[in-house]
Design a protein around this ligand. Structure first.
Ligand code: GLU
Length: 441
């Protein structure tokens, strides 16, 4: 049974970087017919906010990334303390009292001597009396996991064979002085107790994985398969970390990006396969293979989402967009016709409003002086009675004959006069719709 999880910390809105993690875990679970857990990593009571929990659920629902179960770390604190107690009993957990300033000083000294800044385990040699004195003076210490100083190895689903020397890593702090359980311990306990089989996350977690493997082994759990996807960069390879705040899923949604466009891009970006628009989740699941992803940083350009969105919208029938069309005030009986006329001329659904207002209120075209008389003459030739899709052809043929204009000089002023724009929908479709709408105005 495949079990995966997406484990965001609810300390902000989730962004495209988080989405990559969520989507990969989701697709792996769905492809295997397994379970996808939404795990809320909320052990930090100060930074975790309920509004972000609600927001991230809403964002995942918008994308159709449905979870089978929600877990909250804040409700499982007793499990983490029980695991901590076991580590204490087996001699793998020790209390340390250095202040952040002291640790910083130690690190600087090590770096000056050309040594890696690894915690020196000074706390290991403290006697009980010394610890009592430090506790009285400084309050409770932090709890560190004592790593076995050997190589930690695993075959990573993206990075291949990884080997990390535990001696080059500091013994991780798992519980803070104020008693707050930190992510590394909580995550390991959850992954083990929930039977998580595959952990996919960003490559910024590689060192965490090394220490987590030792903690899992100490606690007697089964080590899951790990895969670390590369981090996203901007189009020029620049770090996205500062911009991620503006690449939240809700910003993209507000800009009119369609879920399938975003999912199609994210399911392929950074893989050996081309980005292709997928029309539904089943296709996305079918076409996903984590083995195809490379370890190089992945360039993300938000601009790529818009052609995919436009392409996706072109494939929809009007029923799929009926609520949006109704919301901008298009009468129900004209909705299908309005959609047929506009759907190839929008980038996002937001563009529909502009077209509707143009049809309803008329346009303010920018007409060249030499075209004014021509337009007046042409409009006078518009056939009487109801117009249909053949009317544009018949009308312009007659205008051509009467005025001698042809090609661009004939069509462009008429398009501009009727739609206010130099580009846009098929005029053969525009003409009949315009007639009905204007007749009702
Ligand atoms: N809460 C962690 C994060 O957002 C989860 C990492 C993991 O997947 O284990 O970075």
């Amino acid at each position: 049974m495949t079990i995966t999880r997406f484990a965001p910390s609810p300390t902000g809105y989730i962004h495209v970087g988080n989405l990559r993690t969520a989507l990969m875990n989701y697709l792996i679970a769905r492809k295997a017919g397994g379970t996808f857990i939404l795990r809320v990593d909320d052990t930090d009571p100060e930074r975790s906010k309920e509004t972000y929990v609600d927001a991230l659920k809403e964002d995942l629902e918008w994308l159709g990334l449905t979870w089978d179960r929600v877990e909250r770390q804040s409700l499982r604190l007793d499990r983490y303390h029980a695991a901590a107690e076991r580590l204490r009993e087996m001699g793998r957990f020790y209390e340390a009292f250095e202040t952040p300033t002291e640790l910083d000083l130690k690190r600087k000294k090590q770096l000056n001597m050309g040594r890696p800044p690894v915690y020196d385990r000074a706390a290991l040699v403290l006697g009980e009396a010394e610890k009592d004195a430090l506790r009285t003076e400084r309050g409770p210490g932090v709890w560190r996991f004592k790593l076995h100083q050997e190589r930690i190895e695993w075959t990573d689903g993206v990075l291949g064979n990884i080997s990390i020397d535990a001696a080059s890593v500091s013994d991780p702090v798992l519980i803070r002085g104020d008693g707050q359980v930190l992510y590394t311990l909580a995550s390991v306990v959850d992954d083990t107790e929930m039977g998580v089989t595959h952990v996919v996350r960003g490559s910024d977690h590689v060192t965490n994985t090394a220490t987590q493997i030792q903690i899992i082994e100490a606690l007697g759990g089964a080590v899951p398969s790990f895969a670390h996807h590369s981090l996203l960069t901007g189009p020029q390879g620049e770090s996205l970390s500062k911009r991620l705040g503006t690449l939240s899923l809700r910003d993209l949604r507000a800009q009119g990006v369609e879920p399938m466009a975003l999912l199609s891009l994210m399911a392929r970006l950074g893989s050996a396969d081309p980005v292709e628009l997928r029309s539904d989740m089943a296709e996305l699941i079918d076409g996903f293979d984590i083995d195809r992803f490379g370890s190089a940083p992945t360039k993300f350009d938000e601009a790529d989402l818009f052609p995919l969105t436009a392409h996706y919208l072109q494939l929809l029938d009007h029923a799929a967009v009926a609520p949006t069309i109704a919301a901008i005030g298009v009468p129900d009986d004209l909705a299908a016709q309005f959609w047929a006329v506009t759907r190839k001329n929008i980038t996002t659904l937001h563009d529909l409003k502009g077209w509707w207002e143009m049809f309803r209120d008329g346009a303010e075209p920018d007409i060249a002086d030499e075209d004014r008389a021509f337009i007046a003459e042409a409009l006078a030739l518009l056939p009487e009675g109801p117009l249909d899709e053949t009317s544009w052809g018949t009308w312009t043929a007659e205008v051509k004959e009467k005025t001698g204009r042809k090609g661009r000089g004939l069509f462009m002023p008429l398009r501009k006069a009727l739609t206010g724009q130099a580009h846009g929908p098929e005029m053969a479709q525009v003409l009949p719709l315009l007639q009905v709408i204007r007749a009702r105005a």
